[in-house]
Design a protein. Structure first.
Length: 383
């Protein structure tokens, strides 16, 4: 893939077809600016539809999370601050990550954290990759922030040397999604840590670790270690949407130095805690304890991903090696709108035309869903 990928082209052309209508998504992730008629795409509207477009966990909530929700239903009419055990969540989350509650800020999904961080650090330019997950850079552009977009390198990995050169005295924030979306690539933690240590001497470095739970050692090392060492310019974003299968329940959080958290709370994040559901927090609390569910989800995802990558390669597709729950691959000489054409065959995914050709990002569903996807691919013409 060319180093000159233009993220704007990807964002502008990334598409879904809503039952015969092509709906443009204005974000690489797509989940932050959804078309009004996206509800037509829901499986309940079309039971045969296979949704491989949003990087969700197809195995559903932890059994413990489901049980916790059912037990709390009788108190769902209360605000979360009026339910005593819900107040334990921040302490349990802090203990899980080996920090204090002062290091934590809860948000209704990591997407809202990214949106608000763009606003909080808006008095200067933003350095980020292209392509990347769109919420933070899109918000920055909307409010007039200069966004310096750095192309990925030849292996579709963040070019940290180019990032370093792009940072100037006016840089307010650096944003790195690692593992990366849409490519699924990952930086070695030693390389990323060295970059963070140097860059954070000049500006805030935000690391989006939404997909880190799908990684194996040594790549699964979080940059939280820098926060624990007292680095005030490192901000970590995490979510319960992916490995915990809680995408629709909107639970995310920020990990940062207490002084940074205090600054965020006093600015745009003042009401982020209040915007979270008691049922969601209770489910997250239970899911955090159900490590067997997370391990099983990771194992099943890895098997289905490997199966799909191998099949695509055998069919002659160029596949970017993925460390996540989605795959990014080149569509050869495909003519037309691939996402729209696949939706006509009851499969939802993302596609785009980039400078060096057309690409697809397909989420990893169950093995049966991926077999159905691959079977459908056999009916498509790529030459």
């Amino acid at each position: 893939m060319s180093n000159s990928i233009n993220r704007r082209n990807w964002l502008k052309q990334s598409t879904l077809a809503a039952l015969g209508l092509t709906a443009s998504l204005n974000s690489l992730g797509g989940e932050d600016y959804l078309p009004k008629d996206l509800g037509q795409l829901l499986p309940n509207s079309n039971p045969s539809l296979i949704n491989l477009g949003s990087n969700e966990n197809p195995y559903g909530l932890s059994p413990l999370a489901k049980k916790a929700i059912s037990e709390l239903i009788g108190q769902a009419h209360r605000y979360q601050y009026n339910i005593p055990h819900v107040q334990e969540f921040r302490k349990q989350l802090a203990d899980y990550y080996g920090v204090t509650t002062d290091h934590l800020l809860l948000t209704p999904g990591s997407g809202e954290a990214l949106n608000l961080l763009a606003r909080h650090y808006s008095k200067g330019n933003l350095v980020t990759a292209t392509p990347t997950f769109g919420i933070l850079p899109n918000t920055a552009k909307k409010i007039g922030v200069q966004v310096k977009e750095i192309p990925l390198d030849g292996q579709q990995v963040h070019d940290l040397e180019a990032f370093s050169k792009a940072i100037d005295p006016d840089t307010a924030q650096v944003y790195i999604c690692n593992p990366a979306n849409p490519t699924g690539t990952v930086l070695h933690p030693d390389k990323l840590r060295a970059f963070c240590e140097e860059a954070s001497k000049k500006t805030v470095v935000t690391i989006d670790e939404a997909y880190i739970d799908f990684l194996d050692a040594p790549y699964n090392e979080s940059m939280l270690s820098l926060v624990k060492k007292g680095n005030k310019n490192i901000v970590i974003i995490r979510t319960f949407s992916k490995i915990h299968a809680m995408a629709g329940m909107r639970v995310g959080f920020i990990l940062a130095d207490p002084s940074t958290i205090k600054s965020l709370q006093e600015n745009y994040f003042g009401n982020s805690n209040f915007c979270m559901s008691a049922l969601s927090l209770t489910a997250a609390m239970a899911s955090l304890k159900d490590t067997s569910h997370s391990i099983q989800s990771k194992k099943l995802n890895a098997a289905a991903r490997q199966y799909t990558e191998d099949a695509l390669k055998r069919s002659g597709f160029t596949v970017i090696p993925s460390y996540t729950n989605f795959i990014f691959f080149h569509l050869k000489q495909y003519k037309g709108d691939f996402a729209a054409d696949m939706l006509a065959k009851n499969i939802v995914l993302r596609s785009s035309e980039l400078p060096d050709g057309k690409y697809c990002r397909v989420s990893i569903g169950t093995l049966e869903e991926m077999k159905a996807f691959l079977k459908t691919m056999e009916s498509m013409k790529f030459t």
